[in-house]
Design a protein around this ligand. Sequence first.
Ligand code: G6P
Length: 609
Amino acid sequence: MCGIVGYIGPKKAADVLVNGLERLSYRGYDSAGVAVMDEKGRLAVRKTKGKLEQLKRLLEESPVDGCTGIGHTRWATHGEPSDLNAHPHTDVKGGIAVVHNGIIENHEALRKHLEGCGAVFASQTDTEVIAHLLNELYDGDMLHTLLRAQGMLQGSYAIGVLCDREPDQLFCMRCDSPLVAACREGEGFLASDVPALLSHTRDVVFLQDRQVGVLSRQGLRVIDEYGQACEPSFFHVEWDQSSAEKGGFAHYMLKEIHEQPTALQNTFAPRSRLGDFQWLPLSEDTACRLRRITIVACGTAYHAGVMGKYALEQLARIPTEVDIASEYRYRQPPVGENELLIAISQSGETADTLAALREAKRRGASVLAICNAVGSTITREAGEENTLYTYAGPEIAVASTKAYVTQTEMMIMIAVALGVMRNTLSMERAEALYQSLRELPSKAADTLGLEGRLQQIASRMSSRKHVFFVGRSVDYALSMEAALKLKEVSYLFSEAYAAGELKHGPIALLKPGRLVVACVTQPRVLEKMLANLQEVRARGAEVLAVCPDALAQQVRPQADELIVIPDTDEWLAPLLAAIPLQLFAYCMAVARGCDVDQPRNLAKSVTVE
Ligand code: G6P
C-alpha cells in the first residue's frame, strides 16, 4: 500500500524520485517524502503530510542537491498521517535514512532497547526503529549491517536505505513485502512496484525474501541472507509505460473497464484449445481423484472465488468451499488427501491470502494460484508451475474491474477443464462453452456502449442513500461484487442479498426511495426472481435490473430501469453483466464527486493484516 522508490546515477535524484512516486500514487497514500544524498554524503530529507503536490512545493521552496536518493508514499498504519511520521526516517545523527513498506511487529521492544542505547525517536512509526537499529549495528559496512539487522527485525519489510558513510551506494532489503530493482548504464533504480520503473527500463529483478540489494553506478549486486552473492535474475516486463498510464480516460478505473475485452481475450487465448489442458497444472489422474477444493481470497478476488464455487460444483462435480483468506488462516482447516487449495489474488501480495496459502501448504494441501502480477510473492510461494496468470495487465485503480472478470473467466475455464477430465461435462457442452468464451471479448466490448445510459441513470440516482443488490445462484455472486464496487467508489451503503433471503429480513428496509439492483441473467431461476422483484416494487422501492436480451421482455415489466446485455452462455452472462454494473458504480461515484481511483481509506494492495 505504501510506495518505495530509489535512484542512483547522474540525474537529479529528487526529480527521478518524485516521478517514480507519481507512478505509484495509485496505491493510495497520505504523506510523501524523499531523502537525497550528494557525493560527499550530505543527506537531506524533505517530507510532508498530504499529496505529492505538497512535496513538490516543498522541494521548490527548499531544494535538495544530489544524485542518490530514496522516496516514499506512506499510508498510515502506526501513527497518524503527519509530517513527522512521513518517511524517510533517520537515525539520531541523520546519517542513515530509511524508507519502509510493511510492519515491524517487534517495534515496541526494539524501541525500548534502542532508547536505552540513547536513541531519541522523532515519530510514532515502526519504521523509525529500523534507522536507529542500523545506526546501532553499523560496523562500517551497511551490507553486513543489514544482514545482521535481519535477525532482529520481526514482521514484514521492504526497505530502501541511504548511508552517508557509503555515499556511492543505495541499499535495499525485503521480507514478505515486494521490492524490485533495476539498473542500466551508470544508473540504478529501486521500487516497490514495477510501474515506477517502466519509464527507465523493462528489465527488472524481483528481490527474494531476505536478500539485500546494493545499487551503484556500476550496477546491482544481490546478496543472500548468508552473505553469498547471487546472480541477479532479470525479468523482462511486457507492460510498457503507456499501459500503466491513463491513456486518455478520465480515470484509471474507466480505462481498466474499457480494457476488459482485451483482458478477457488475453486470459483465454493461451488456453483456447479445448481438450488440451496442459495449461492446468493437474494431471487427469489428480483431477479425477480430487475430493474437495477450497478457494481463498480477499475482496473482489473472493467474489470471483464464489463464482468459481458454483462452476466447480456444477460443471466438475467437485465439492468446493470458498473462504475469506483472513478467516481461513486462523480456523485450523482440516486438509485431507486429494484436496486442492486455490488462492486468487490480483496483486499476488495480499497478506491474508498469502498466509492462507502458506497455512494450506503447511497442512499438506496441493495449491494453485491465480494471479495477475507476474513474479509476485504468492506466485513464488505457490511455485510458478502452480500459477495461472490472468494476463489482465497492470490494474492501477483501487477498485478492481479487469482483474475480476479475468479471475472469473479463469475459474470457469478451470471448471470446464476439470469437468471434461472427470467426465462430468460432455464434450458437446464444453465446446459450446468454449465457443461462448471465444465470443466473450466482442460481447464485452458491446456492453461498454451502455456507459451513456448508465451515466443518465446515475445522475438521476446519485442521491440515493441505500442500495440493495439481489440475485440468485451465480447472480448472487455477481450481486456481491456489484455491491462492493458501488460502496468502494461511491461510499453509498450497498449490500448484496441472495434474492431468496429478501423475505428473511432485508425486506423490512424496503420503502420508497430505496434502490434495488437486480441481476437477472439465469433463465433457470427467472420466475423466482420476477416474483422477488414484484415484492420489492410492492414496497415502493425502485428496481434497476440487468438481464440478457433473451430475458428482457419478461424482466421489463418488473423494472423501473432495464439494462440489457448481449445473450451468451448462462455461465458467462454474470461476467458480462458485471461490466455495466462496474460502469454504474463508476458513474455514481463521478456524479457524487468521489475520488474514483483512490477511494477513501482503501488501498490497492493490502500487504498487512
Ligand atoms: C484490496 C483491494 C481490492 C482487492 C483486494 C484483494 O482490498 O482494494 O480491490 O480485491 O485487496 O486484492 P488481491 O490483490 O489479493 O486480489
